[in-house]
Design a protein around this ligand. Structure first.
Ligand SMILES: NC(=O)c1ccc[n+]([C@@H]2O[C@H](COP(=O)([O-])OP(=O)(O)OC[C@H]3O[C@@H](n4cnc5c(N)ncnc54)[C@H](OP(=O)(O)O)[C@@H]3O)[C@@H](O)[C@H]2O)c1
Length: 421
């Protein structure tokens, strides 16, 4: 490897953002020749052929997939010893950290995730003298109690548009349940006096493909629901139903949630910005936080729903009139009693249809720990929570993508990977 060429290591490469990061690096973002090597690290075993990344060609960086790395075990030295037998860890210049594991107890969740990141940083501090940049995503969420901007508290905490400096004003009893605060302390201490620097990006809902399921993928959750709903109403993959009456599917939530403003981000946009930031350490480093979304203009789930349903040949409509759940007292994971079948319950009931129709992976690679929370998205997110993209734009990074585009591109990938019909 020449002095100028870069080696990116992506932890959590099978996750929503991690997959997109590797995808973008192999798609030659920011340009051919910037990275000569990409190492993709995952926890669960997975074959390269199941990842659906771009095929190798003479211009793409050399890719190495290292599976079975459980970061919860041991310490940084043990991780370093294990990695150096598999990976050219000494040449690593860029660390992208996209790992997250959900744990029932909030404080334990913080401790577990903090330890995993600490192991990674310690390992690279020991063995990667060429390290230049570390990037990780925070989020408007950070635990089941609260989050970066407090959107898990009923009604939210701050008045939108949410701005980066607000995260410093979280109520102190919440701060201890926010793992991102711990990540910042860890990186500040580890980078002091070193030649590498770091940044954090803050997405709200992330829309993107994962080959192996995901804990909190709203796109996968709704895609599997809409796919089975269309199948049960005799509508074929991606084909508009013409022979019978149009089939309607209600937004799984209440009116306030359908009409509240928010700023979704496709995993592609997040991945691109993380790479962009890491190429501009002076402008974007020093522990800065950047909000990230596809478009400065916020959108509404109620409007998006129509376009998502249409992709499956269905007609999206507003919340069911029968829903009594119009107030904003629900918390993450809570559902009104009058809800008929939620998307998660519907998928659980009918998922055999995936296997019967040649998509066995759709059964084993669905949504994990976040199922109930994703079912409740349409009930508790009843308040405006759009983000300011002023700082992002000032960094020189351009965003102006149609937010629905990220969903539809993701649905295409789910179908290609056999995760929906
Ligand atoms: N999803 C969202 O909408 C959203 C929104 C805002 C912020 N965020 C933040 O973005 C970050 C990434 O979340 P995500 O939703 O992208 O997660 P995700 O799709 O569930 O991916 C998590 C990744 O972490 C890896 N991982 C889990 N446990 C591990 C372990 N013990 N050792 C090594 N790797 C492990 C997983 O690997 P395997 O697949 O191999 O197990 C997977 O690659 C989190 O900090 C999250 O809070 C997410």
């Amino acid at each position: 490897m020449s002095e100028d060429s870069k080696h990116a290591i992506v932890y959590g490469a099978s996750g929503i953002i991690g997959w997109a990061l590797v995808d973008q690096l192999l798609s030659l973002y920011p340009q051919a020749g910037t990275f000569s090597k990409v190492t993709a690290v995952t926890n669960r075993p997975i074959d390269l052929s199941d990842m659906y990344w771009p095929e190798a060609d003479p211009q793409t960086p050399a890719l190495q997939l290292v599976s079975g790395v459980d970061l919860r075990h041991g310490d940084g030295a043990a991780l370093a010893n294990s990695l150096k037998t598999k990976v050219d860890i000494e040449s690593v210049t860029h660390v992208y950290y996209l790992v997250f594991t959900a744990v029932d107890d909030n404080l334990e969740e913080v401790a577990t995730n903090r330890q995993m990141f600490r192991n990674v940083i310690d390992a690279h501090s020991l063995l990667s003298p060429r390290l230049e940049f570390v990037a990780f995503p925070g989020g408007t969420r950070a635990s089941k109690l609260t989050n970066g901007y407090g959107i898990y508290a009923p009604g939210g905490i701050f008045t939108p548009p949410l701005q980066e400096d607000m995260v410093n004003n979280l109520p102190s009893d919440y701060a201890k349940t926010v793992v991102y605060t711990e990540y910042r302390k860890l990186l500040n201490a580890a980078s002091e006096g070193q030649k590498w620097t770091w940044c954090e990006v803050c997405p709200d809902a992330i829309i993107g493909f994962t080959p192996n399921g995901s804990q909190f993928s709203l796109a996968l959750h709704w895609a599997q629901y809409l796919s089975l709903y269309a199948y049960n109403h005799s509508i074929g993959p991606g084909v508009q139903n013409t022979k019978s009456a149009l089939v309607e599917v209600s937004f799984p939530g209440n009116i306030a949630s359908a009409n509240s403003l928010f700023s979704p981000a496709s995993s592609k946009t997040i991945a691109r910005f993380m790479i962009y930031a890491s190429m501009h350490p002076k402008k974007c480093g020093s522990g800065q936080l950047f909000n990230i979304a596809d478009n400065e203009v916020p959108c509404k789930y109620g409007e998006l729903w129509l376009r998502l349903a249409k992709w499956f040949g269905l007609v999206g409509k507003g919340p069911a009139e029968t829903s009594q759940a119009q107030d904003n007292t629900f918390k993450a994971g809570e559902l009104p009693q009058d809800t008929s079948m939620t998307p998660g319950e519907y998928v659980a009931k009918y998922r055999d249809a995936f296997a019967k129709n040649g998509c066995p992976n759709a059964v084993s690679r669905g949504v994990g720990a976040g199922n109930r929370q994703l079912d409740s998205v349409g009930y508790w997110l009843t308040f405006d929570r759009q983000m300011s993209l002023k700082k992002l734009k000032e960094s020189g990074f351009e965003v102006d993508k149609d937010p629905a585009q990220g969903w539809l591109e993701t649905f295409e990938m789910f179908r290609k990977a056999g995760l929906i019909l």
